[in-house]
Design a protein. Structure first.
Length: 301
C-alpha cells in the first residue's frame, strides 16, 4: 500500500475554532457580542442533533445563541414573521434556518427572507450571486470547510484539476465556485454526466458530494489524487447501522495521496465554518453601522 495522508477534519476544525474564539474575544473587547439565532421547525431527529451540536459549539467559542423551536404545523407566514423580527434585531448577527423544512413550507422563500448580511449559511441568492462572481461573501459552510482542508493538504491549488461530483445548491455548485476562485480548473459531474468515471480519473482533486454510499471506488481515481468525501450515508452493515461516505474508503486508499474519513472528515468543518461566518457577519455589521453613524449628515436646508 502507498503512503497516504488521512485528512483529520476534527483537528482542522479545532484549529479554525481556536481562531474563532480569539476573534470573539477581540470583538468582546470592543463591546460586540456575536450572536447566532437558530430556527428549527418540526421535530426531525437528525435536525435536532445538528441544532444541538451547533448551539454547543457556539457556546464553546463564546458566541451567544438563541434557539427558536417552532411546531411542525407552523405556516410559512409565521416563519417569515420570525425571520423579519430577527433581521431587525441588531443584537442578532447570524440567522440559521435548519433544513429541511416540513413539506408544506416554502423553503426558498424563507431562505430569501433572511437578510443577506445575516445569512451565515450563504444560501441567499445575493450571496450565491456574489460567490459566482468571485466576490468575498458569506459562503456556504460545508464547501468552505472542504476548501480549507484542501489548502491545508495541497498548499497552492492554482492550476490543479478538481472534479466535483454533485451539483446541489448547498455543496456541489458553491464548491465549484470556490475552487474556481482558487484558480483550479473545475469539472462538475452529475447524474446525467457521460463517462463520469473517465472524467474523474483525470482529477488531481476529487470532491464527492453525491449521497450514494461508496459510489466512488478505485476505478474513479487517478493515482495520487486528493479526495474529499462530503457524503454522509447511514447504511446497515451486518445488522449494525453505521455511517459511510460517498467514497469506498478501502478501495480508494491504495490510490490516493490524501483522503478524508467519514466520520471525522468534512463533518466537523461545517460547524466550524458556521461559527467563523457568524463572527465575520458580526464584524461586517458592526463596521457598516459605524460607517453609517460616521457618514456626514446631508440637510435639505
Ligand atoms: P443532493 O442535493 O442529493 O445532490 C446530489 C448530487 O449528486 C446531485 O447533483 C446529483 O445529480 C448527483 N448524483 C447523484 N447520483 C450520481 C451519480 N451516480 N453520478 C454522479 N452524480 C450523481 O445532495 P447534497 O445535499 O449535495 O449532499 C451530498 C452528500 O453530502 C449527502 O450524502 C449529504 O448527506 C452530504 N452532506 C454532508 C455535509 C457535511 O457537513 N459533511 C453537508 C451537506 C451534505 P443531479 O443533479 O443530476 O440529480
Amino acid at each position: 500500500m502507498n503512503a497516504y495522508t488521512l485528512i483529520d477534519g476534527k483537528a482542522a476544525a479545532a484549529r479554525v475554532l481556536v481562531q474563532v474564539r480569539k476573534d470573539v474575544d477581540s470583538l468582546r473587547e470592543q463591546d460586540i457580542q456575536p450572536a447566532l439565532a437558530v430556527i428549527l421547525v418540526g421535530c426531525d431527529p437528525a435536525s435536532q442533533v445538528y441544532v444541538r451540536n451547533k448551539i454547543l459549539r457556539a457556546e464553546e467559542v463564546g458566541i451567544r445563541s438563541v434557539e427558536h423551536r417552532l411546531s411542525p404545523d407552523t405556516s410559512t407566514a409565521q416563519l417569515l414573521n420570525l425571520i423579519a423580527t430577527l433581521n431587525a434585531d441588531r443584537s442578532i448577527n447570524g440567522i440559521l434556518l435548519q433544513l429541511p423544512l416540513p413539506a408544506h413550507m416554502d423553503e426558498l422563500r424563507a431562505l430569501e427572507a433572511i437578510a443577506p448580511d445575516k445569512d451565515v449559511d450563504g444560501f441567499h441568492s445575493q450571496n450565491v450571486g456574489g460567490l459566482s462572481q468571485g466576490r468575498t461573501v458569506l459562503a456556504p459552510c460545508t464547501p468552505s470547510g472542504c476548501l480549507y482542508l484542501l489548502e491545508q493538504t495541497c498548499g497552492d491549488l492554482r492550476g490543479k484539476h478538481a472534479v466535483v461530483i454533485g451539483r446541489s445548491n448547498i455543496v456541489g455548485k458553491p464548491m465549484a465556485a470556490l475552487l474556481l476562485k482558487a484558480d483550479c480548473s473545475v469539472t462538475v459531474l452529475h447524474s446525467r454526466s457521460r463517462d463520469a468515471q473517465a472524467l474523474c480519473r483525470q482529477a488531481d482533486i476529487v470532491i464527492a458530494a453525491v449521497g450514494r454510499p461508496r459510489l466512488i471506488n478505485a476505478s474513479w481515481l487517478k493515482p495520487g489524487a486528493v479526495v474529499i468525501d462530503v457524503g454522509i450515508n447511514r447504511i446497515d452493515d451486518a445488522g449494525r447501522s453505521r455511517l459511510v461516505g460517498d467514497v469506498d474508503f478501502d478501495s480508494a486508499l491504495p490510490h490516493v495521496a490524501a483522503i478524508t474519513p467519514v466520520p471525522g472528515g468534512v463533518g466537523p468543518m461545517t460547524i466550524a465554518f458556521l461559527m467563523k461566518n457568524t463572527v465575520t457577519a458580526a464584524l461586517a455589521q458592526h463596521q457598516a453601522q459605524r460607517s453609517q453613524s460616521e457618514a456626514p449628515c446631508h440637510s435639505i436646508y
